[in-house]
Unconditional design. Structure first.
Length: 150
């Protein structure tokens, strides 16, 4: 009797892995421009309410030089949190022109503390915790992507 349960669990895990892989297979490239150079980042786009709500929740890892670009379709104050997020993240808050206005570094997994943009923004780029420092990112840097500036 236990075998069917294990098969079902195995199929569910395989389906979840396929969905995660399929999402990253469709990743686009954004370029973070800092004083240390141009840094390509494979980004998954979260531009619907449901995609923004889920974000990077429940993911056990995030590949190097990859992330999620949230597009809010308007400029406004934004707050994020780390509920159900399993990995530390850096959050780059970006205005409509692609300028980084604030960086929240190493947001802690599972935290319910809100992380504010501090100023009105249109985009948020989430990357691995510590990656922003690795890129030498700071406020005033730029993110280039076809969705930015439209």
């Amino acid at each position: 009797m236990k075998r069917p349960v294990f098969r079902i669990l195995g199929l569910a895990a395989a389906a979840a892995a396929f969905v995660a892989t399929a999402a990253w297979a469709e990743a686009e490239t954004a370029t973070l421009v800092t004083a240390s150079g141009r840094h390509p980042i494979a980004v998954e786009i979260a531009d619907t309410p449901k995609a923004r709500e889920i974000g990077l929740m429940h993911r056990e890892e995030l590949a190097a030089d990859s992330g999620m670009l949230f597009d809010f379709h308007e400029t406004r104050p934004v707050s994020m949190w780390m509920k159900n997020t399993l990995i530390p993240l850096d959050m780059l808050f970006i205005d409509k022109s692609g300028t980084v206005v604030r960086i929240a570094r190493n947001a802690q997994p599972h935290s319910l503390e809100t992380i504010s943009s501090g100023k009105p923004v249109r985009y948020v780029l989430e990357i691995n915790g510590g990656a922003a420092a690795g890129y030498g990112a700071k406020a005033g840097d730029k993110l280039e992507h076809p969705a930015i500036g439209r």
